[in-house]
Ligand binder design. Structure first.
Ligand code: EPZ
Length: 419
């Protein structure tokens, strides 16, 4: 098992370039099942993407990653398509469940492994199935698999989600693409990654309109010509490096290949706690924060503060003066990083889904264990500001979602190495 070793308190300087978004690429890869040939650019080379490409090839598409260009080329020759997403591929990469909507709407049947839970929660897919049934799918759960079929194809419907779900919105969008007539989805998630998926589907020929939290789709004719899509930048990776810069920039640090308009709420929160941010068209310059102020935050669906940045924000709040509170509203068990941060000296109490953080506290290096993707990167941030050395175990969690993390940090003078 690989580990990361970090020598703390090194000042960072220079520039960090943000990679493409994993959470935009995954549904777009699932959507490529609907196309004939696509080229997807600005793809992050991370484990979840490799697993999704493996799944597409298992289904029978020809998907190839051109690593040096961060590009994936996909051809769908419609020959011996296997509408199966097996447990072995879905268990490590839950977003594999997103092929359900595409397979069902195009091939009228699908057998997809239930994704199962993960460290942060049970992660049910009832909302996905609720939407597909509304579109006329017959769904059965058997031996840990979702067996779905639509003998006469899917039929458009008006669907109001009882609660906001990114994955369920994406699966319903994909299923509605070839459903007869018109589909109206209400109370949708509207994350930038979903808007990027909509942009891809429109490029594929879809008639889709997004207004507020309502998305309407009418039956679409797929373009047979090759389409190219440039994936949006990863706003969670951006938030992570903004926090690293605020904590450790020597003078300031530039982060580029981004669109600051998309992360207004994250920028406002960081400014509120005292991070100095200068916004440019496609980059931001972060100055080291002189003094950090406490804040109370609750995680919400976009455009609220993202749950995927909760663990990273917690680290910077250990350095803010006073008592801060973070309420985790989205997942039931997303505080796995807290015991590890406490072993590094952080003063954090958990009380019914709220983390109460007392600062400023000096963090000292320790041997710690990553538990899920975003928790593991909060341990990297803590290691960067802690005294002495921090060893992070189980960094395969990191490799699922952060492209070239050590390389990007080393380039900014951090002392971090993988063993
Ligand atoms: C997506 O997960 C992201 N993953 C997550 O990022 C992100 O944390 C999450 O959205 C919230 O923003 C990808 O995009 C691949 P949800 P998803 O459906 O779609 C409950 C990362 O770190 N729910 O919006 O699974 C669910 O349990 C990952 O990159 C149901 O009850 O999230 C959760 O409490 C982690 N039934 C809440 O809704 C359902 O059918 C929001 O989940 C679906 C979800």
């Amino acid at each position: 098992m690989q580990k990361l070793i970090i020598k703390g308190r090194r000042e960072l300087s220079g520039k960090i370039s943000i990679s493409g978004s994993k959470n935009a690429t995954l549904p777009i890869l699932a959507a490529s099942i609907l196309s004939n040939q696509v080229k997807i650019k600005n793809v992050p080379l991370v484990k979840d993407i490799f697993t999704m490409v493996e799944l597409l090839n298992f289904i029978g598409l020809k998907a190839k990653i051109i690593k040096k260009k961060n590009t994936i080329e996909i051809k769908n020759r419609e020959k011996n398509i296997n509408t199966l997403a097996p447990y072995k591929l879905v268990k490590t990469m839950r977003a594999g469940v997103l092929v359900l909507g595409s397979l069902l709407t195009k091939y009228r049947k699908a057998k997809v492994s239930l994704p199962g839970g993960c460290a942060i929660g049970t992660r049910p897919v009832d909302l996905h199935l609720f939407a597909l049934k509304k579109l006329g799918a017959k769904i059965k759960i058997k031996d840990g698999y979702i067996l779905a079929q639509a003998k006469n194809g899917l039929k458009g419907a008006v669907i109001k989600f009882p609660s906001i779900s990114v994955g369920a919105t994406e699966n319903a969008l994909l299923a509605a693409f070839k459903a007869k007539g018109k589909t109206i989805l209400k109370n949708c998630a509207i994350e930038p990654e979903i808007k990027d998926l909509i942009k891809f589907l429109k490029n594929l020929g879809a008639n889709i309109f997004l207004k507020g939290r309502t998305i309407s789709i009418s039956e679409s004719k797929i373009k047979t010509t090759k389409i190219t899509h440039h994936v949006i930048f990863d706003r969670i990776e951006l938030g992570t490096y903004m926090i690293a810069s605020a904590l450790l920039a020597k003078k300031n640090l530039t982060i580029d290949k981004i669109d600051p308009k998309i992360i207004k709420s994250e920028l406002n929160i960081l400014k509120k706690i005292g991070v100095q941010i200068e916004q440019k068209k496609n980059s931001i310059i972060i100055k080291r924060a002189k003094k950090l102020k406490k804040i109370n935050i609750l995680t919400k669906p976009y455009p609220g503060f993202p749950t995927d940045l909760q663990a990273q924000l917690m680290v910077i709040l250990t350095q803010a003066k006073g008592i801060s509170r973070i309420k985790e509203n989205i997942f039931e068990n997303r505080f796995m990083h807290v015991p590890e941060l406490k072993r590094m000296g952080a003063q954090i109490q958990i009380k019914d889904k709220t983390a109460i953080i007392k600062g400023p506290t000096k963090l000292t290096g320790a041997e710690v264990m990553a538990t899920d993707l975003r928790a593991s990167v909060s341990l990297v941030l803590a290691g960067l500001i802690a005294e002495n050395r921090t060893i992070i175990n189980r960094i395969y969690h990191l490799d699922r979602g952060y492209e070239f993390l050590e390389r990007k940090l080393k380039k900014c003078k951090a002392i971090i190495k993988r063993v």
